[in-house]
Write a protein that binds this ligand. Structure first.
Ligand code: GDP
Ligand code: GDP
Length: 437
């Protein structure tokens, strides 16, 4: 289980600077929720060999009149999702009333809070940070985020009781468990109803077992001799315990389910149309290269105008999503649910098929012969051979000369050609170019 750390504090204390330090590596940013939940940003951090998710919460300005109302909802949500909270204060600015307000709230939260005193560079850190002891949050962690100072120690302190190596499930085990599909979507779109429907089908044999990743539940079952595992973010089969109240939507949980899946079934509510949160989840699926099936749920009883409207919206807003099948279903009545499997199976097959070097090279040669790449500075771009670079999503590596100059339109042409000839469905395809000069 990968720990989640939330960064909180008032604006300008250095939260984004620390966030950037922790997520420096390429592709670290997993989701930017600006505009949706103010500034909430999620990053995958791999810092000195420690893996965790870091959430930057924007800021709590203190102008919001009282911590209860004022602490931005998104900060509260981030704290709730987190395993650790880093509360940042500014050593240069000294302690402020807002710091005290935030501290008061954090003292009431039942989570490990680390008081991080930032911007100690050029200061007599020990002396000038001492006033922050008054916040009543224990030990001070002195850092200079912009200089990278103190961060390693902070991470070690915060994560010391969490085992360092997250055990990766081995591939063989994955294969044995069949198609792993994550059922994701914002609250109330019908995920639970759909999961129950999928499991309630005839000839489904369920092997229930409690979840491993965060709060998602993994449910194994078999249908027509094919094994599936549903990654259930809605917590349908969660064992009822006294502590469990209403299932809460968690972005971290959804992101992790997407990461852990072979195929994502993204559920949207047709009666409400497409909303930003749907598109953010979709964006994440695309970024992670996940095979995808879109289920427009609650299609039952929708007036004709709404159906037309939703279809238009899909065309307008999902133009870039040309690879995913879209199903119009009613999880409540079961209409169209069985057909989801056709797309899920096909997407899984496409995403995980082993590509053969000869075959992809031949497709490349044919594509180049039909429609040669353009001249650049009087010299023609040469694309010589291709080989498979990975699965889920499939990656094709293309070798040649001046490959850094291949225009985007030509990349799209190649992608389309590979897609068509290899009969890829439901999965993105990635092309990588390698040059000799
Ligand atoms: P946020 O609003 O909490 O996300 O704060 P930022 O990360 O945007 O930082 C606010 C300002 O403080 C920026 O001008 C940073 O360059 C500066 N800053 C951040 N960390 C440090 C530090 O360790 N030392 C100094 N001197 N400045 C810092
Ligand atoms: P979740 O929060 O995404 O798990 O959503 P639920 O499965 O709990 O469903 C939210 C509400 O939508 C419930 O009242 C369901 O009965 C209703 N619902 C789910 N699927 C459908 C559907 O296909 N049609 C209609 N009309 N209502 C549905």
């Amino acid at each position: 289980m990968i720990p989640v750390i939330a960064l909180v504090g008032r604006p300008n204390v250095g939260k984004s600077t620390l966030f950037n330090q922790l997520t420096k590596s390429r592709d670290a940013l997993v989701a930017d929720y600006s505009g949706l939940t103010r500034d909430r940003k999620y990053g995958n951090a791999n810092y000195e060999g420690r893996k965790f998710v870091v959430v930057d919460t924007g800021g709590i300005s203190g102008d919001e009149q009282g911590i209860d109302r004022g602490m931005a909802d998104q900060s509260l949500a981030a704290i709730e999702e987190a395993d650790r909270v880093f509360f940042l204060v500014d050593c240069r600015a000294g302690m402020t009333a807002t710091d005290e307000m935030i501290a008061e709230h954090l003292r009431s939260v039942n989570k490990p809070v680390y008081l991080v005193v930032n911007k100690i560079d050029g200061l007599h850190a020990e002396a000038q940070s001492a006033e922050f002891f008054a916040l009543g949050l224990g030990e001070l962690h002195l850092i200079a985020a912009s200089h990278g100072r103190g961060i390693k120690q902070l991470i070690e302190d915060a994560l010391e009781d969490i085992p360092e190596s997250v055990v990766e499930e081995d591939e063989e085990d994955d294969a044995a468990r069949g198609i792993r599909m994550a059922i994701v979507g914002r609250p109330n779109v019908g995920k639970s109803t759909l999961v129950n429907r999928l499991l309630g089908e005839d000839r489904v044999v369920v092997y229930d077992h409690p979840g491993t990743t965060r709060d998602s539940i993994y449910i194994d079952y078999e249908r027509n001799d094919q094994s599936y595992t549903i990654i259930d973010t809605a917590g349908v089969r969660r064992r009822k315990s006294i502590r469990e109240t209403v299932e809460k939507f968690s972005i971290v949980k959804s992101l992790q389910a997407i990461d852990d899946a072979n195929v994502v079934v993204l559920v949207m509510d047709a009666s409400e149309g497409l909303v930003d949160q749907d598109l953010h989840l979709l964006g994440h699926c695309i970024k992670r290269g996940r095979a995808l099936v879109v289920a427009l749920n609650k299609w039952d009883g929708l007036p004709e105008e709404q159906r037309d409207y939703v279809k238009k919206e899909l065309n307008r807003r999902l133009v870039f999503l040309d690879y995913a099948d879209i199903h119009f279903i009613s999880a409540l009545h079961g209409t169209g649910v069985g057909h989801l499997y056709e797309s899920i199976d096909a997407a899984y097959e496409s995403a995980t098929q082993k590509l053969n070097t000869n075959q992809v090279t031949r497709i490349l040669e044919d594509a180049v012969a039909t429609h040669p790449p353009p001249l650049v500075n009087g010299r023609r771009i040469k694309l010589r051979y291709a080989h498979a670079g990975g699965q889920n999503p499939p990656l094709i590596v293309i070798h040649g000369n001046q490959t850094d100059k291949v225009p985007a339109s030509y990349v799209r042409y190649l992608e389309k050609t590979f897609r068509r000839v290899l009969k890829l469905a439901g999965t993105p395809l990635r092309l990588e170019f390698k040059g000799n000069e």
